[in-house]
Design a protein around this ligand. Structure first.
Ligand code: GLC
Length: 436
């Protein structure tokens, strides 16, 4: 028995070191990871010809029975004449977000840049003919905001994509032309374009691995080579994959979808938390791509608290906006971003560059930490005082906004903070504790 345990321990150790040796992030990559983690807040953009149908980005599959060639005709009417990269980037920056993740090609196969690899793209297939990615990338550089690119592994339209568990309702694909090699090389050539022609890309955000997770024989996505290619093309580019499982070799970020790390209310995020930088992606209403009936936007208060709670888990928030088919960001989304930005401009130092705080999330709120500063984020309080269980010594307590001193008493195992009455419209009252 002992021998067996020893043997398995040894193999774990050996295996551990073998995998650790395979992927060694470069200096540039590590720097990029650090910068990413410090940002804490990004805006996700889901935009494509699916926006024309105004039913969310899964319309091609969800409608069941659409012929892919009929669907593709939307491209010929896609003329987002009000698209203005400058306006987008300004509105996004005003939210306090430090990066943008843009959908370059979603599951419906439409490419939002001038790709030579398929005519089904914004320049060749639409009357608009503008490379929106180029305009966005240039504007990001101008306004100093990092750019991440979403890229779908799953494809519901191309003949060569090996069918997975989704996209089955799409009609018109020729199964005889299915070819993994062909599809894989196509993707790699597209990714090469993205990482060659659009300046510095801080991350590639893959999605769709899950399309083959239920295959009887494990599907080989050949991720190792693809990841190595990304890292070779741009060493500082981070690899992220929204596969809903613990990270694979070669990845630099761990993603959680619609849940904070460690929580799982949507059934996609039960996986263990790794030591990589973390990111939670979340919708502002209920859908990623523009959906005409979905006006169910979360309030500014909910969104700020969600952002803060994400930071309190040591993760970034990637909050989604689905632009309209005319190229405009929905008015409510712009308003929400503005409100978040106002809160962030006063309280941002308790979010940017922080790590998870000493006290885990409670009904009253949560905590973040930066060096000797512990930020206490108070959302709700039904009494005047707040008991904080702490191992460290508290030197001072100050309201982050306004700077007034907050009284506190040392008690067994922590402090009692004399918060007083919170304001009626309190979003998050932040108290900065200097600790030793
Ligand atoms: C899911 C969906 C996709 C969306 C993504 C964003 O994987 O398939 O439509 O883009 O989540 O997190």
């Amino acid at each position: 028995m002992k021998k067996m345990i020893l043997a398995s321990l040894l193999s774990v150790l050996l295996l551990g070191s073998a995998t650790a040796q395979n992927y060694q992030p470069t200096e540039e990559n590590l720097r990029s990871r650090k910068e990413f983690s410090e940002d804490r807040f990004g805006i996700f953009i889901h935009w494509g010809i699916y926006s024309m149908y105004a039913q969310g980005e899964w319309y091609l599959q969800n409608a069941q029975g659409i012929n892919r060639d009929e669907y593709a005709k939307a491209a010929d009417a896609f003329y987002p004449h009000r698209f203005d990269a400058k306006e987008w980037v300004s509105a996004i920056k005003a939210s306090g977000a430090k990066y943008i993740c843009f959908t370059t090609r979603h599951h419906d196969s439409f490419s939002m840049w001038d790709t030579a690899e398929s005519d089904f793209n914004i320049v060749d297939a639409t009357p608009f003919k503008r490379d929106v990615l180029k305009e966005l990338a240039e504007e990001c550089q101008k306004q100093g905001i990092a750019l991440h690119l979403y890229y779908s592994h799953t494809d519901w339209s191309r003949d060569d994509y090996p069918r997975g568990r989704t996209g089955r309702g799409v009609v018109g694909r020729n199964a005889e032309l299915m070819s993994w090699d062909n599809y894989y090389n196509f993707m790699n050539r597209q990714i090469t374009e993205l990482l060659t022609n659009y300046g510095p890309i801080r991350a590639i955000w893959f999605d769709g691995w899950w399309d083959h997770e239920e295959d009887a024989t494990p599907f080989d996505w050949q991720l190792d080579e693809q990841y190595a290619m990304v890292h070779q093309l741009q060493p500082s580019c981070l690899v992220a994959n929204n596969h809903h499982v613990t990270p694979f070799e070669g990845e630099d970020i761990q993603i959680f979808e619609r849940d904070l790390p460690g929580e799982n209310s949507h059934g996609l995020s039960g996986q263990e938390i790794s030591r990589l930088p973390l990111e939670t992606c979340q919708t502002m209403n209920g859908m990623w791509g523009y959906k005409v009936v979905d006006q169910n936007y979360k309030s500014a208060k909910t969104l700020v608290r969600y952002l803060v709670s994400t930071a309190a888990k040591g993760a970034n928030l990637l909050l989604n906006v689905g632009p309209q088919p005319n190229g405009v960001l929905p008015e409510v989304a712009v308003e929400r971003m503005k409100a978040m930005g106002e809160w962030m401009s006063a309280n941002g130092e308790s979010v940017y560059g922080t790590v998870a705080g000493d006290i885990p999330q409670h009904e009253w709120g949560c905590t973040t930490r930066k060096g000797d500063k512990l930020y206490v984020h108070i959302f709700e309080l039904d009494q005047d005082v707040l008991y904080l269980p702490l191992d460290c010594k508290v030197v001072s307590a100050t309201a982050l906004v306004g700077g007034q001193k907050i009284k506190f008493d040392k008690v067994n195992g922590g402090i009692l903070l004399e918060v007083g009455k919170l304001e009626e419209d309190n979003i998050d009252f932040v108290v900065e504790l200097i600790t030793k």
